[in-house]
Each structure stands twice: as structure tokens, then as C-alpha cells.
Design a protein around this ligand. Structure first.
Ligand code: ZN
Ligand code: ZN
Length: 281
């Protein structure tokens, strides 16, 4: 079993550690492949994505590291790009012009129509509460349904390599604070979204979720959704969404058990410039 990870955040965005710190740590943990995936700049001020002015330096530094370490590890340069309705999408032609090795398509924010701000759906209760009050009349079901409908719009538009943390809207839903994952309407949203993934023929990631691990429910998507992915033969990529170099393979062992339980025998890896299935041991 080789460990790979295509989802890592450095000091270019909201992570800790330089790109080279990640490479050093990846070598220490015997990774054969590492992907950089800073949050792409947003068209409004925020404290969690790369600044537009830093994009060139990011691409240059990543290219230099690729050369420097080419005999020791395969490095790939990507971006995690947001889909924000009416503002930006991974399918925007600008991103294709960057000649990236891979792109993660993710939805992290929705618009608070009362203030024009974009609070995170995967950040804090405060952001969720702001969104609920500002745009959804306190109706968390409507918020969650809007999240999934945005994910489906992003899938339809395409422009990315794999879907990031499909059900990340549950991040603050500790003890079902905002919604119940077992309600029929939620199941329906998941099925519709998996339909979209399947008909687009794209890969999804299994994301072991950085710092807020609260047991198996903190894996994205939830184990019951991974089972539905298996039924549909949706190819999966295993990632940790590391925001610290030391968390490059965090909870991978547990995630592999969940994948095997669901019937997966392989995950997708990008090696020697191509995506291909790699057997799970
Ligand atoms: Zn993300
Ligand atoms: Zn991420």
C-alpha cells in the first residue's frame, strides 16, 4: 500500500508550514507522491485563501520543488477551487490556463444575502448561524439543500479533477445540531448528488478531515455514503486535507478500513502523470 495525498494547505493559504516543509514531512512518512492544493484566491477579502498576488510565487515555488526533489518524490501542483454561484467556478477558463496537475472542486461558502458576506458552511457555528439568519430564515434544511444544489451545479460545469469533501456541510453538525443525516430529505440530496457525480464520470475524494476528527462521522463523505459510492462504482481518492505537515496521513488507517468495509479494493492515484487505480492491501 502506498500512501499518497493530493490535498494539503500551506502558509500560502490557511495551512501551517511551507511547501518544502510538506515535502520534508512527506519523505519522512514515506509518501511516494504529494500534491499541493492551496485554496485558490477569492474575489473578496478573506482570511483563508491564497491572495491573488501570491499565485505566481506559489506556482513557481512548487515547480522548483518538483525539480529539486524529482529523484525522491513525485510532486504535483494543484489548487482547491471554490464554486461560488455567480462569482467563480473551477470551470472558469483562467484556471485551465494555469496548466495545473489537478484541481479539487469544493463548495465552502454560501452568500449571506442580508450583508453580502460569504460565511463558511464548514467553518464555525457562528458562520452557520449567520447564514441561517441572513439567508435562510433559520431553516437549516434549506441551507443544506442549497449547499448540495451548488455542489451539483459545480459538477455540471466541470473543470476539476475530483470533488472535494462532498458532505462537508456536516462539519459543524456535531450531535445533529443543525440537521439529521438520517432524514429522508437528506438521503435524497445525497442520492441526487451521487447521480450527478456518476453521470459526470468524475472522481470523489475521501477526506480524513484535518483537525476536527470526531470519530468516523468526521470522515467526508460519511461511511454510509461511501457504501453508496461503491454501489455506483465511483472512483475515490484518499486525502487528509492537511493544514499541518504532520497531518499528511492522519486517520488514513481508519479510512482504509471504512473503504474496505464498503467493498472498495482500490483507490485512484496520480502517478507518473496519470490517474490509475492502486490496490488496497
Ligand atoms: Zn476544502
Ligand atoms: Zn482543503
Amino acid at each position: 500500500m502506498i500512501y499518497v495525498n493530493y490535498h494539503s494547505h500551506s502558509t500560502y493559504c490557511d495551512g501551517k508550514g511551507s511547501l518544502e516543509d510538506y515535502v520534508t514531512e512527506a519523505l519522512k512518512q514515506n509518501l511516494t507522491v504529494l500534491g499541493f492544493s492551496s485554496h485558490a484566491p477569492l474575489p473578496f477579502p478573506n482570511d483563508w485563501t491564497m491572495k491573488k498576488s501570491a499565485l505566481k510565487a506559489y506556482l513557481t515555488e512548487a515547480a522548483q520543488l518538483k525539480k529539486k526533489y524529482r529523484d525522491r518524490i513525485e510532486l504535483y501542483t494543484g489548487l482547491e477551487i471554490d464554486y461560488i454561484s455567480g462569482l467563480m467556478a473551477p470551470s472558469d477558463p483562467f484556471y485551465a490556463s494555469l496548466d495545473l496537475d489537478f484541481i479539487i472542486g469544493s463548495v465552502h461558502v454560501l452568500k449571506d444575502t442580508s450583508t453580502g458576506e460569504y460565511p463558511g458552511i464548514d467553518y464555525t457555528d457562528k458562520d452557520m448561524d449567520q447564514l441561517l439568519a441572513g439567508s435562510f430564515d433559520g431553516d437549516s434544511r434549506r441551507l443544506v439543500r442549497t449547499y448540495y444544489s451548488r455542489v451539483r451545479s459545480m459538477i455540471q460545469k466541470g473543470g476539476f479533477t475530483f470533488l472535494g469533501h462532498m458532505d462537508v456541510v456536516k462539519k459543524t453538525n456535531i450531535n445533529s445540531k443543525y440537521f439529521d443525516e438520517h432524514e429522508p430529505w437528506y438521503y435524497e440530496e445525497i442520492l441526487h448528488t451521487l447521480d450527478a457525480v456518476q453521470s459526470a464520470g468524475i472522481m470523489m475524494e475521501v477526506n480524513t478531515g484535518n483537525s476536527r476528527w470526531q470519530g468516523i462521522e468526521s470522515i467526508y463523505p460519511s461511511p454510509w455514503i461511501i457504501k453508496l459510492c461503491r454501489e455506483r462504482e465511483i472512483p475515490l481518492v484518499l486525502n487528509s486535507d492537511a493544514h499541518l505537515p504532520g497531518r499528511l496521513t492522519v486517520h488514513f488507517d481508519r479510512a482504509l478500513e471504512i473503504l474496505k468495509d464498503a467493498g472498495y479494493r482500490e483507490t485512484m492515484v496520480l502517478r507518473e502523470g496519470e490517474w490509475r487505480p492502486e490496490k488496497l492491501e
